[in-house]
Design a protein around this ligand. Structure first.
Ligand code: CP3
Length: 337
């Protein structure tokens, strides 16, 4: 929390996006026979899975076990998360009538989230819990395409061709995202991350016009709640300045932009998070160590730095490498102070 607020820290804090995912054998064990969205609605499983990487790695934060699609499922959107595929929507939204399924989210829709966050805050003690949600663009892409997409054809067709419909859709998604984040904060989450995973597909001019108004409203409405706000996307090198303008306290950087370069792209007054290439963890340890040290060195040029990967942990990652990396980040950054 101190690094997010750009205050001095005893060592560089570290957590990993998707740290609770499929690379942990203990995760696979508790998930046996339980579908992803079912697991996300069971407080006992949410607490257990969220705690697993904290116990194993000694990371400085827990990330709430859930999915960006959970609030949409909770308001009744007919969707599933297919193993090896991702989110799949039964009736993609392509016109004004499609918006009708997107009613506002109330805390009662996600009572299991409130219960799980409450339980976690008790178990975690001093370790902060990071809540999260999907950002409107990334959610819109899944809803409009009907599933994962490489080119975001239908999404961009609506963004470019039907700007009024696009704005209504993005506004509803911003409301749902905000409500979902507020539930997590009210229940005790210490920070929140807004994942705009696929927004890197958009050019800066279109980001400014068609995305920024909605993400900045989300950050503005969270402002008074006193929790650090983190904003992350993939392939966003050309968008880092605008993503900083959107108003988060911390900007997540993928592995493509060195952190000391990201410092010049993001407006002053922000901490940075990132950014070791997740695929680097498949290289020999000497290489991992050298590159992790490089990330720490470059991160020192930022006003605050939270160590992370440049995107989520890949499923075949060896958990022992993540454990060793966590220790390395703690020891090396403490010694450098
Ligand atoms: O970080 C964590 O460990 C917390 C949990 C978390 C999950 N999804 C669990 C999950 C978080 C933070 C997410 C966010 C999420 N979900 C994002 C944004 C982050 C990113 O990676 O960019 C996105 C785009 C999604 C949508 C989604 N859900 C995808 C693309 C997939 C992977 C599909 C696959 O199997 O390849 C999912 C499923 C999912 N979400 C899994 C987990 C642990 C795997 C499902 C399983 O184990 O059955």
């Amino acid at each position: 929390m101190r690094a997010c607020r750009r205050l001095p820290v005893p060592h560089t804090p570290v957590w990993y996006m998707r740290q609770a995912g499929r690379s942990l054998p203990e995760y696979l064990r508790v998930r046996e026979g339980v579908a992803m969205l079912e697991a996300c609605a069971r407080p006992d499983l949410i607490v257990e899975i969220t705690m697993q990487p904290v116990r194993r790695y000694g990371v400085d934060a827990a990330i709430f076990f859930s999915d960006i699609m959970v609030p949409l499922k909770a308001i009744g959107v007919d969707l599933d998360i297919k193993p090896g595929v991702g989110p799949v929507i039964a009736d993609p939204i392509r016109d004004a009538a499609g918006l009708n399924v997107l009613r506002p989210l109330t805390p009662d829709d996600v009572a299991y989230v409130t219960e799980a966050v409450g339980g976690l805050v008790g178990e975690l003690g001093a370790t902060p819990l990071i809540g999260f949600a999907g950002a409107p663009f990334t959610l819109a892409s899944y809803l409009i395409e009907g599933g994962p997409s490489k080119n975001h054809d239908h999404t961009k067709a609506m963004m470019y061709g039907r700007p009024e419909l696009w704005a209504r859709l993005m506004d509803r998604l911003a409301d749902i995202t905000l409500a979902f984040l507020k539930v997590q904060i009210a229940a005790g989450a210490s920070a929140v991350q807004l994942f705009d995973s696929w927004v890197g597909a958009v050019a800066p001019q279109d980001y400014r016009e068609s995305v920024l108004p909605f993400t900045s409203r989300i950050f503005r409405e969270l402002e008074g709640l006193g929790v650090p706000r983190i904003h992350f996307g993939v392939g966003t090198g050309e968008l880092l300045g605008l993503m900083g303008e959107a108003g988060a306290d911390v900007v997540g950087v993928d592995w493509r932009v060195p952190l000391d370069e990201a410092v010049h792209r993001v407006p002053p007054g922000k901490a940075l998070q990132g950014n070791l290439d997740p695929a680097l963890l498949f290289a020999p340890w000497e290489v991992v160590e050298r590159r992790a040290r490089d990330v720490l060195d470059r991160g020192r040029t930022a006003e605050g730095h939270v160590f992370n990967l440049g995107h989520g942990v890949l499923p075949s990652t060896n958990p022992d490498v993540l454990a060793r990396l966590t220790d390395f980040v703690h020891e090396t950054s403490a010694a450098g102070r």
